[in-house]
Design a protein around this ligand. Sequence first.
Ligand SMILES: NC(=O)c1ccc[n+]([C@@H]2O[C@H](COP(=O)([O-])OP(=O)(O)OC[C@H]3O[C@@H](n4cnc5c(N)ncnc54)[C@H](O)[C@@H]3O)[C@@H](O)[C@H]2O)c1
Length: 277
Amino acid sequence: MSASDPGSASVPPWSVGVSLQRDASGRDDAGMDRLAGKVAIVTGAARGQGTAEAKLFAAEGATVVLTDVLVAEGQATAASCGGTFHQHDVSNEDAWQRVVDATLEAHGRIDVLVNNAGIFHRARMIDHTLDDFRRLLDINTIGVFLGMRTVAPPMIAQQAGSIVNISSIAGLVGAPNSIGYGASKFAVTGMTKTAAAELARFGIRVNSIHPGMIETEMIHEVAGHDEARLEKIANSTPFRRSAAPEEIAYLALYLASDESSFSSGSQFVADGAVTAT
Ligand SMILES: NC(=O)c1ccc[n+]([C@@H]2O[C@H](COP(=O)([O-])OP(=O)(O)OC[C@H]3O[C@@H](n4cnc5c(N)ncnc54)[C@H](O)[C@@H]3O)[C@@H](O)[C@H]2O)c1
C-alpha cells in the first residue's frame, strides 16, 4: 500500500509531511498565513488526521486548541505546534462547555471547529451489539452535535465561523461490516446540512469532509488488523493507495479558511475516486 507502489497515483509533495516538518516554530516559512488571527478547536487531535490538521492550522497562523481522550499524546502534539491541549470526551456535554469556556477565556473567540474525533467498530450487522452501536452514535454523532451546539453561540455573537465535520465515505455509501459506523457518519452528513441551513444567516459555514482510506490507526481497525488485507483493499482502489493524513488536513484548511467563503452545507469528498463509480 506504499505510495510508491508501481501504478499508484502520484503523490503530491505536500502529502508526505513537508509542511508538518517545517512547522517546528509553529509558522510556515513560506509566509502562508491562511488562518492568521483565527482560533481553531480540533477534536481527536492526539494522533492521526486531527494531529495533521492541528499542525497545519498552526503552521498557517491559527491559534490551535487540541482536544482528545488520549492525554499524553495530545499534550505532546500540542507542544509540537504551540497549541493548548484539553482532555475532552466529545460525547460529554459538560466537557464541551468546559473546552469552549476555556478557549473563550484564553483567546476571546472561536473561529473554527473541526469535529474530527471518531471511532470505528467492525462487526457484521447480525453480530453488532446494541452497546457498540450506541457507543458509535455517542462519539461520532452526538459528539458532533454537541460540538456544533456549543460553539454556535460564540460564533453567532461574532457573526462568523467555520465548522468542519469529519464524516467518511461511509457517510455517503454503504459498506459491509460497519452498520453502526455507517449510521453514525450518515448522521454527520445530515446534521451538517441542517446546521448549515440554520446558521447561514449568522455568517457561519458548516461543511463535511468524507475521507476514503487514510493512513491512521483507524484503517488498521477497519481491516481487522490484517496488513495483507489492508494492502489488498488499498490496491483495489482507483489510486491504488491510501492517503496521508495531510491530504485531508489541506482540505480541512481550505474549509476552515475564508477561501471557502461561499461553501456551506456541502460534502467534500477526498477518497482517491473510490466513490466515483
Ligand atoms: N482513517 C480513515 O481511513 C478514515 C476514513 C474516513 C473517515 N475517518 C474519520 O476521520 C476522523 C479521524 O480519524 P483518524 O483516521 O485520524 O483515526 P485515529 O483513530 O487515529 O484518530 C481518532 C482520534 O479520535 C480520538 N477519540 C476517540 N474517541 C474520542 C472521544 N470520545 N473524545 C475525544 N476524542 C476521541 C482518538 O483518541 C484519536 O486520537 C474520524 O472521525 C474517523 O471516523 C477516518
